[in-house]
Design a protein around this ligand. Structure first.
Ligand code: FNR
Length: 360
């Protein structure tokens, strides 16, 4: 049997295979509310056979949205539609997870199809916050440096969002500490020049993430997985490094984090990323081998054989797929066929299931 289609146990859950829908913003919400687009988008990936579906970066506060179209989970009114989506996902054998996020200085932007750049006026703009008053792009309006009370509010917003996530029926939380958003802005010396207990040393830069984890763990059941997505490097001189990512990972093992989802970049506008198939797998492998932390590999993983090889080599435990699952929501069903695996198709689609020719 392939590893890609072997079940995977994580805390109290059993995933039906190793394919995870990587979180992907749809920029299609209003005031944080999910709608039919999210139901169809996430629901299709459940029908398509993925094991775990991590809902896009979902803001823990209105100012934590990347754009006015981001999903949110900062008020109870958001939960009704999210419950409906999660119940559909669970009916179709997948598991629903949510990525909790705060965009920090990268907030108040337009969606990618309108350029994805900061906006500073009009109803879809707001004052951004960050560890230090350093904008992401040169020439952008500077964010406000968070006060200590502001930092505490961020932590309590994550905790309140985790409580709501539980009520909404999510089984997995992923904390978004990657891609240059608020938590990553604290981790990296390029965006964090604070001189208080949240800046400077490694222990100070990771403090916000550690406090957020502590807060979430107070309300999130220990049997439910808590994942953390990190950027394992900034790909920029003077930034967050893979060595620091490994050190952080070993501390997250002790905290009971179930898995690190190993991405990279997004913090520095001048980053130099050497893109190639599976270019971030090296980070999942290093963290897994050096700390024992289970890892997810992500980034330019587009084929069944490629994914299987990563697992066979012990480089990662789960495969996170983003764009290939936009091109093909049925990627897991197609991958199973390619790897000669028998998986259940939705009964409504059974008549279309391809059969391997019987060899004589
Ligand atoms: C993303 N990505 C992303 N990452 C994240 O952590 N939270 C998010 O909400 C989003 N949003 C998002 C939207 C869209 C449309 C895309 C294409 C990507 C990044 C994504 O999860 C993944 O890490 C990268 O796309 C690399 O994986 P692939 O696409 O090469 O499989």
């Amino acid at each position: 049997m392939s590893l890609l289609f072997s079940p995977y146990n994580i805390k109290s859950l059993t995933l039906r295979n190793r394919i995870v829908v990587s979180p992907m913003c749809q920029y299609s919400a209003e005031d944080g509310f999910a709608n039919d687009w999210h139901l169809v988008h996430l629901g299709s990936r459940a029908v398509g056979g993925a094991a775990l579906i991590i809902q896009e970066a979902s803001a823990v506060s209105p100012e934590g949205r990347i754009s006015a179209g981001d999903l949110g989970i900062w008020k109870d009114e958001h939960l009704e539609m999210l419950q409906k989506i999660n119940s559909f996902i669970h009916q179709h054998g997948a598991i629903a997870g949510i990525q909790l996020a705060h965009a920090g200085r990268k907030a108040s932007s337009t969606p990618p199809w309108e350029g994805g750049r900061q906006i500073t006026s009009g109803p879809n703009s707001w004052q951004t916050v960050a560890p230090s008053a350093i904008p992401f792009h040169e020439g952008d309006a500077a964010p406000l440096a968070l006060t200590l009370e502001g930092i505490q509010k961020v932590s309590s917003d994550f905790k309140a969002a985790a409580t709501r996530a539980l009520s909404a029926g999510y089984k997995v939380i992923e904390i978004h500490a990657a891609h240059g958003y608020l938590i990553h802005q604290f981790l990296s010396p390029l965006s964090n020049t604070r001189t208080d207990e949240y800046g400077g040393s490694f222990d100070n830069r990771i403090r916000l993430l550690m406090e957020i984890i502590d807060g979430v763990q107070q309300v999130w059941p220990t049997e439910n997985p808590l994942l953390v997505r990190i950027s394992a490097t900034d790909w920029a001189e003077g930034g967050w490094t893979a060595d620091e990512a490994v050190k952080l990972a070993s501390m997250l093992v002790d905290k009971g984090v179930a898995l690190i989802d190993c991405s990279s970049g997004g913090l520095a506008a001048h980053q130099q990323i050497p893109l190639s198939p599976g270019y971030q797998v090296q980070f999942a492998e290093r963290i897994k081998k050096e700390t024992g932390m289970p890892t997810g590999a992500v980034g330019l993983i587009t084929g069944a054989q490629q994914a299987e090889e990563i697992l066979q080599k012990g480089q990662a435990d789960l495969i996170f797929v983003a764009r290939e699952l936009l091109r093909d929501p049925y990627f897991p069903l197609h991958a199973a066929f390619e790897l000669d695996e028998e998986v259940q198709w939705p009964q409504q689609y059974e008549r279309a299931k391809p059969r391997k020719k019987v060899k004589h």
